[in-house]
Design a protein around this ligand. Structure first.
Ligand code: MIC
Ligand code: SF4
Length: 659
């Protein structure tokens, strides 16, 4: 049988599935590596601590400090100290603040072709640029994987993306993924892995591939994957990691669910316009639009290749007086290589403002645009308000398009500038010797056992939900539309992010940008429901978008469809993810309607797929809706127990009583 690369890696890691390990339906894969970052990591390690395991069981686990680096007061610094001491205690690598963004550092220092990686961040599939099956998940799922548990998921459909030819000068890998977003939309990838191949794929460097796999998250995809070839070997060798290389590709004639073809010479520079990554237009159509701000950075486009491309355009010139331009390099190793190459000096001379090597403006941690400003960013998300300025318009572009706008003060087509891409290999090699200096390796078990974990006053225990009642009659607390993001549900930014370790406090910000009265209404009601449209919960992996609503008493979300990670997080925290059997029923529900749902135990025990129509009743409108629970027996059992922590406890109890 001819296999896709995805199927090959899954087969090598299959830890369970229907028919004794066959593919199809629900599967479980063993996880070789895990990563966490500081905005999701504190909860993940608090969960891990409750499991009573002495040391992580994954082959390699890394804890990164990259999101919450503003340190306006003690909170972020306390979290970092907690993360560092927890890493030392449990046998985990710690990447110190300043060392870089988790995905970029992981690609450079730890990623390995053919391995599996589970990360508590939606852009974990960045490592797919190295031929690794990398998947984003909630912190709780990552904690379970650190404990040696397999990761359960629906066997994804594998879509082939055949790239042919070579990109023209001034057109970048970013323009490839923007083209795919234009075609597939932000929900096109739900339940899919995008697998790239073809002679065009072979022309792309690993950082270029990683830009594409990174933004596969914006398609809603489970993961994205490139073969591991000569380019991969060179990438690893330049960083002193040639031994991690292994050649890997799909079998000749492997069957894909469908194949999308992109002829690279035909592509033009593009931009995702406000406020969605799939609102893609050619740069030529936007040319002349006045630009206030430019940022080159984020886990999508902040490699040495990106900086070098921008420096070529800026060479000897200065940023336009009406533009404020900044750099947030993906890793400290990138900064050092850029310094060796003279690229950093070129950009600083041009007037770029140097931000630290961290997520920064991508997550609204500083460098917000002016009111109503136009900001061109090399990032992956441009949801309304995410930049920190509610009425700013963020355009997602390549480093080349960003640099051209910095130079001219208006959106400009970089393919007209004839800037050549320099070879940076020698500089990367020169900088590689310093690359591990800010990584703290795991302590040997005998020393680790004595480490005392330090907790700041802002770190509160993770609340645990109760098992659900058999029936409830509750108000609709909010009715939301299509493509609601986790940023809508649980905003990030400089004011809210410091509360990631304090659920009672962060829950005051649920839906704050969409509906500032939500928290008050939910607190007064004590419990309730959320109604949403299609692709509810798209975007990040932040489990806080489930955890905080659960803390406020949300028992079910009824939507037309769900994004993968958010649905898993809802289940993990005991919130029922229900879908309308007839999506038009969404139209008849209003905020404040009282809905009665009954027969929940039968549903969760697998005796029913949905509520009998009479039981899902809108008391306010005297209507009935048919709802479905799309969940496998495992997920139903988790929901029945009141979430995964309760389910685990139940299992431990059972094995305790039977032994
Ligand atoms: C994001 O890009 O939205 C984040 C911040 O990296 C999130 C994780 C988080 O909310 O902490 C993600 O992508 O999962
Ligand atoms: Fe950080 Fe932005 Fe990447 Fe999320 S998308 S990991 S916030 S750089």
């Amino acid at each position: 049988m001819k296999l896709t690369l995805t199927e090959k890696i899954i087969r090598e890691h299959l830890a369970g599935g229907p028919g004794g390990g066959g593919l199809g339906g629900e599967i479980a894969v063993s996880i070789d590596q895990t990563l966490t970052q500081d905005a999701t990591g504190t909860m993940a390690y608090l969960q891990f601590e409750t499991m009573g395991i002495e040391r992580v069981r994954a082959e390699l686990s890394v804890s990164y400090a990259d999101h919450n680096t503003l340190q306006e007061d003690h909170k972020n610094s306390d979290d970092h100290r907690y993360l560092q001491t927890a890493a030392a205690r449990y046998g985990i690598w710690f990447s110190r603040p300043g060392n870089g963004i988790c995905h970029q550092v992981h690609l450079e220092r730890f990623g390995e072709p053919g391995k599996t990686l589970l990360g508590s961040d939606s852009h974990t599939p960045t490592a797919g640029g190295l031929g690794m099956l990398a998947i984003g998940a909630g912190g709780l799922d990552v904690a379970l994987a650190m404990g040696g548990g397999a990761f359960r998921l629906a066997m994804p459909n594998v879509t082939g993306v055949k790239l042919t030819g070579r990109l023209r000068s001034g057109v970048a890998a970013k323009d490839i993924i923007l083209e795919l977003l234009r075609r597939e939309t932000v929900k096109g990838g739900v339940g899919r892995v995008y697998e790239y191949f073809g002679d065009g794929a072979a022309t792309l460097s690993v950082p270029e591939r990683a830009t594409i796999t990174n933004m596969g998250a914006e398609l809603g995809a489970t993961s994205s994957l490139f073969p591991s070839d000569e380019r991969t070997r060179v990438f690893l060798e330049e960083r002193g990691r040639a031994a991690s290389w292994r050649e890997l590709s799909a079998d000749e004639g492997a069957e894909y669910e469908r194949v999308i073809e992109i002829h690279l010479p035909k592509l033009v520079p593009a931009a995702a316009c406000p406020h969605s990554p799939d609102n893609v237009k050619p740069v030529a159509e936007l040319a002349g639009l006045k630009v206030d701000q430019v940022v080159i950075g984020s886990c999508t486009n902040s490699s040495i290749d990106d900086l070098a491309a921008a420096a070529e355009i800026m060479k000897g010139r200065v940023v336009h007086p009406d533009v404020s331009a900044a750099l947030a390099c993906g890793s400290r190793a990138t900064i050092l290589a850029a310094e060796e190459a003279g690229v950093l000096g070129e950009l600083l001379r041009a007037g770029f403002r140097m931000l630290e090597s961290a997520c920064g403006p991508c997550i609204g941690m500083g460098f917000a645009p002016k009111s109503g400003g136009v900001s061109l960013r090399t990032f992956n998300r441009n949801f309304k308000g995410r930049s920190g300025s509610a009425d700013a318009g963020v355009y997602l572009v390549s480093a080349q398009t960003a640099a051209a706008a910095a130079l001219f003060g208006v959106v400009s087509d970089p393919s007209k500038l004839k800037a050549e891409k320099p070879d940076t290999g020698a500089y990367i090699r020169a900088a590689a010797r310093f690359a591990d200096d800010m990584l703290i390796p795991p302590l040997p078990p005998e020393l680790a056992a004595g480490v005392v974990i330090q907790r700041g006053p802002n770190i509160k225990p993770c609340p645990v939900p109760m098992p659900p009642d058999d029936a409830f009659t509750l108000p609709v607390l909010i009715k939301a539309g299509d493509n609601i993001t986790t940023d809508d549900i649980m905003p990030a930014g400089a004011k809210v992010l410091p509360f990631r370790s304090n659920i009672p406090e962060i829950s005051k910000h649920v839906f704050a940008n969409l509906d500032p009265l939500f928290w008050k209404r939910a607190s007064e009601a004590g419990a309730g429901l959320i109604v949403g449209g299609t692709n509810y919960g798209q975007g990040s992996s932040r489990e806080h978008a489930a955890l905080a609503p659960m803390f406020l008493g949300v028992k079910a979300v009824i939507a037309k469809s769900f994004a993968r990670i958010h649905k898993a997080n809802l289940i993990n925290y005991g919130i029922l993810p229900l879908v309308f059997a007839n999506p038009d029923d969404w139209n008849s529900i209003d905020q404040g309607d009282i809905l009665e749902l009954a027969g929940i135990h039968a549903l969760l025990d697998g005796r029913a797929d949905g509520f009998p129509p009479a039981a899902a009743a809108n008391k306010t409108k005297s209507q009935v809706y048919s709802l479905r629970l799309e969940a496998d027996p495992n997920d139903r059992a988790i929901l029945r127990a009141g979430g995964v922590i309760q389910a685990q406890r139940g299992k431990n109890q059972a094995s305790f009583t039977s032994s």
